[in-house]
Design a protein around this ligand. Structure first.
Ligand SMILES: *[C@@H]1O[C@H](CO)[C@@H](O)[C@H](O)[C@H]1NC(C)=O
Ligand SMILES: *[C@@H]1O[C@H](CO)[C@@H](O)[C@H](O)[C@H]1NC(C)=O
Ligand SMILES: *[C@@H]1O[C@H](CO)[C@@H](O)[C@H](O)[C@H]1NC(C)=O
Ligand SMILES: *[C@@H]1O[C@H](CO)[C@@H](O)[C@H](O)[C@H]1NC(C)=O
Ligand SMILES: *[C@@H]1O[C@H](CO)[C@@H](O)[C@H](O)[C@H]1NC(C)=O
Length: 373
């Protein structure tokens, strides 16, 4: 699964040949750089060498499979997180069956393997709108060609059951998934701005909410005091004895290169933890994520990486380290949504708090060549 020395060499050759000879015009035209954080508190990412916004990665049969927002939800696979990534079809064969907004270009997919089948939760929405839905498609393979679109699991704004709490106060995008370790129950996480992140039990077959008309929902993260409520893109992992609630905080996209938001108001990756799947989640300073808390694990850095978010974590098994992956903008490349790139870092846990670490070094201190065979 992890590359050997030969493929590292191939990757280096690939990476060198992939570096553009000159920055694109958007990067040169008098951009306002004073809002770029030059901090070295967070390491530079390892390069995924692929464009991705809201990436989602699963491991299966010796490959990493990358799902991302895009027309019909493109799927790529690679032997390593560094690429090269090969496109292996799309989740949807045509526009989503969900009849709202632009059905051809779903956002923020999250794919899980569950009882020998793959389930891809995807979002249909428009920027700034709460008229959204999370749909689900399933397949016996993570590659394209045999997926069935089952339609909406949750609607907000308009559509079936959108008048039921918490759909009345939330935005049905950015689906994520966690299994309750105690009960084995599958749960859907979702949410963006408005009332933040919610968690709802799913039916055992994952195609609907467990009790659709009376969802036993829990609010997990919210920013009560801010005028805008800039949290979204949640992801949950379990690493005993804690559940970790990851999310993005701040402005994700549509940056004006002559007027960036104040430093720190752009996307950053934050986390809270709890021993209960439904929380309360608290950050390192003991602040609840329901009260605006969240420890920054990865933010803009080195004057290069800008607005990292769209977070996911690959949970290492045994001696493998967890991997934090995300999209980010490279300040010398550009700031359009299509400029977002996949980046990743290993995680090292100190007192149960995750920290992104530099380079290809395994969390236990052994080097990459050993680890990544
Ligand atoms: C929907 O999105 C696709 C892909 O971005 C775009 O080509 C198409 O024009 C959009 N359709 C509408 C009605 O906006
Ligand atoms: C597609 O999926 C169905 C059921 O999920 C399965 O029976 C069939 O063999 C699959 N077809 C291919 C070509 O993999
Ligand atoms: C976890 O949830 C249980 C009930 O589900 C509750 O009794 C317990 O106090 C919670 N623990 C914490 C640390 O919140
Ligand atoms: C940013 O882009 C520059 C110029 O293309 C490249 O040399 C550098 O490796 C990139 N860094 C990251 C972290 O993407
Ligand atoms: C660290 O992990 C690697 C990869 O699994 C393993 O080969 C090595 O023995 C470990 N080293 C230590 C010091 O635990």
């Amino acid at each position: 699964m992890w590359q050997n020395a030969i493929s590292i060499l191939c990757f280096l050759l690939y990476a060198v040949s992939a570096i553009p000879t000159a920055p694109t015009p958007s990067a040169s035209a008098g951009i306002d750089t004073h809002s770029f954080s030059k901090t070295t508190e967070y390491p530079l990412p390892n390069l995924g060498n692929v464009a991705a916004h809201d990436p989602n990665i699963i491991q299966y049969d010796g490959y990493f499979y990358l799902f991302k927002g895009g027309v019909h939800i493109p799927i790529h696979k690679s032997r390593t997180l560094d690429g090269p990534w090969e496109e292996v079809g799309t989740v949807l064969d045509e526009a989503s069956v969900i009849d709202k907004q632009n059905r051809t270009r779903p956002w923020a997919p999250t794919t899980v393997e569950w009882e020998n089948r793959f389930y891809c939760f995807y979002a249909i929405s428009e920027s700034g709108s709460r008229d959204s839905a999370i749909g689900v498609a399933s397949s016996d393979s993570p590659e394209g060609g045999n997926w069935t679109d089952h339609g909406a699991v949750v609607n907000t704004g308009k559509g079936d059951l959108s008048d039921v709490y918490p759909y009345t106060v939330s935005n049905a995008i950015d689906g994520a998934f966690i299994k309750d370790q105690k009960t084995g129950e599958p749960r859907l996480l979702y949410g963006s701005y408005w009332h933040g992140i919610f968690s709802v039990p799913l039916a055992e077959h994952l195609l609907s909410i467990k009790t659709p008309k009376k969802p036993d929902a829990t609010n997990l993260a919210y920013v009560p005091t801010a005028k805008t409520k800039p949290i979204e893109g949640s992801f949950m992992t379990y690493k005993a004895p804690y559940y970790y609630l990851w999310f993005s905080h701040g402005k994700c996209c549509q940056f004006n290169v002559h007027n960036f938001p104040p430093m720190g108001d752009e996307y950053s990756i934050r986390v809270g933890r709890s021993k209960n799947v439904t929380g309360p989640f608290v950050d390192k300073d003991g602040r609840e994520t329901l009260q605006g808390g969240g420890t920054i694990v990865y933010g803009s850095n080195h004057g290069v990486v800008y607005a990292p978010g769209g977070v996911g974590v690959l949970s290492g098994t045994g001696s493998e380290a967890d991997v934090l992956y995300f999209h980010y903008l490279n300040t010398s490349i550009g700031f359009a949504q299509g400029d977002a790139r996949l980046g990743w870092n290993y995680l090292h846990y100190v007192d149960g708090w995750p920290k992104a670490i530099e380079g290809y070094v395994h969390a236990n201190g052994s080097d990459a060549q050993n680890f990544r065979n």
